[in-house]
Every structure is written in structure tokens, then in C-alpha cells.
Design a protein around this ligand. Sequence first.
Ligand code: HEC
Ligand code: HEC
Length: 221
Amino acid sequence: MKYAIFAVSILSFAHSYSWAADGAALVKQHNCAACHAMKGPSAATVEAVLKRKAPDLFYAGSKFNREWLVGWLQSPTVIRPAGTVYVNHVEIKDGKDTLIPPAGCPVKLAAPEAAAVADYLMTLKDPNMKSGVFTPAPVKAGKARLILTRDEACDACHRLPEKGGGVSCPTLEGAGARLNPDWMYSFIRDPHYWDPTAWMPKKTYDDERLRIMVNYLAAFR
Ligand code: HEC
Ligand code: HEC
């Protein structure tokens, strides 16, 4: 009986042990902060943004889905075809804009390390963001697509699955796997709350329209 209790308490210890501490150590060891802001606030001036080497990670726990982080940290793909700061990656040649391919994120972690780093990143949350705002609902794809393209021209800046679109900003391909829908809802409603100088317009959408957009993006896997 004594042993059984001991075994149970060991198991519950193992279960509740946070790998986030190991993740924090790995983030230090790999010097992620050389490129990413691991502490807020976000850059507030154009000069500071031009020096930005990589996206802010200090609210990663609000922004990302954990499972996506675990996979991506093992083999990162290109999200921003024109780099973190678009203007740092274009050159005018013969009167035409030419893209200088960005280096991307150099990180390539082994699976257990990726899981620990993801656990740590998931602790970096914005305390003001409401969770549970997003309610999954089926949307008519045709209608949602027209909102994103014809009405709002999101594709002027962002690439959409099977549609193409702008390359100056993060691709929205795979947005549903990558991004927490509550965060998308908050970000699309007020991009400048998260990133004061983000080159994304703040518009006033009625709630239904915003939810259609988020539900549609959440289905991009
Ligand atoms: C040499 C600079 C550099 C270092 C060091 C670096 N990264 Fe990155 N990281 C980047 C760049 C550039 C991007 C943007 C890639 C893209 O959008 O295609 C990026 C993107 C990311 C993203 C996606 C962010 C988003 O908003 O899309 C995550 C997560 C990430 N890095 C995690 C890490 C972690 C964790 C470490 C340390 C273990 C790290 N990075 C170290 C340059 C770096
Ligand atoms: C003028 C260009 C522009 C337009 C138009 C635009 N965005 Fe953005 N968007 C941006 C920029 C810039 C960012 C942040 C860039 C970064 O994180 O590197 C962003 C980020 C996002 C993100 C977060 C993506 C991520 O991976 O970080 C989502 C989701 C998003 N936009 C959705 C939309 C939707 C939906 C629309 C249309 C209603 C839209 N955007 C219109 C420029 C634009």
C-alpha cells in the first residue's frame, strides 16, 4: 500500500513537472534573443522596426498553437517570403523591385528540445487577451473568400491557400494550424495593440464579419 502511494505520487510529480524550465534554458543557450524580442514592449518607432531581425516572441503563448510550434521548431519553413522587415529585403534594379531572399529562422531543434521550448514559449502570454472568444462555426467558404479578397483585399499583402497573393507579409497558408484563433480575432480587430507600427490597417469590422474571417482562416491547415 505504501509503495502504491509512493508510485502514484511519483507519477503525478512527473505529470505536473514543467518542461518549460528546460525550454527557458534552451532559449538562453541558443540565444534566441539575439534576433527575437523575448520581452515586451514591441518596437514603437520606425527606426526600431527597421532594426528588427525577427518577429517578437514575447507573446508567443497567446499567438501560437503549441503543436505547430513543436513541429516548426524541428524544421522551420518560410512564413515571410520577404523577410521580417520587407523594406530591408528589396532592392531596386532597373527600376524594378527585386527580392533579396531572407535567411529565415536558423533554428532546428531535436524533438524533445522542440517540445520543451514550445512549452516555455506557451508560458509567454499577454494577460489582457481574452481566451474563449473564438467560437468555431462552419462558414460558407465562397462568402468568406470574397470578404478576404474583394472586400478587404487581405491578399494584397498576404498569400492565401490556392490563391496566391502578396509576399510582403506573413503567408496565411496554414494559419489555422499555426495561430490561436482567439489571437487572430484580437489581432485582426486591432493589429496595433500587438505591434504599434505593423503595416496592417486597423478597420472597424462588425463582429459577425470578424468571426467569418477568423473561422475561415482557422480552417487553413
Ligand atoms: C539569427 C536570427 C534568429 C535566431 C537566433 C532565432 N531566430 Fe527564430 N526567426 C528568425 C527569423 C528571421 C524568423 C522569421 C521567419 C519567417 O517569417 O519566415 C524567425 C521566426 C521564428 C518563429 C515564428 C515567429 C512568427 O511570428 O512567425 C519562431 C516561433 C521562432 N523563430 C523561434 C525561435 C527560437 C525558439 C529561437 C531560439 C531557439 C530562434 N527562433 C532563434 C530569426 C532567428
Ligand atoms: C497593407 C498590408 C496588409 C493588409 C491589407 C492586411 N494585412 Fe494582415 N498583416 C500585415 C502585417 C504587416 C502583419 C504583421 C507582420 C508580421 O508579423 O511580420 C500582418 C499580420 C496578420 C496576421 C498575423 C499573421 C502572422 O502570422 O503573424 C493575420 C492573421 C492577418 N494579418 C490577417 C489579415 C486579414 C484577415 C486581413 C484582411 C482583413 C489583413 N491581414 C490585411 C499586413 C497587412
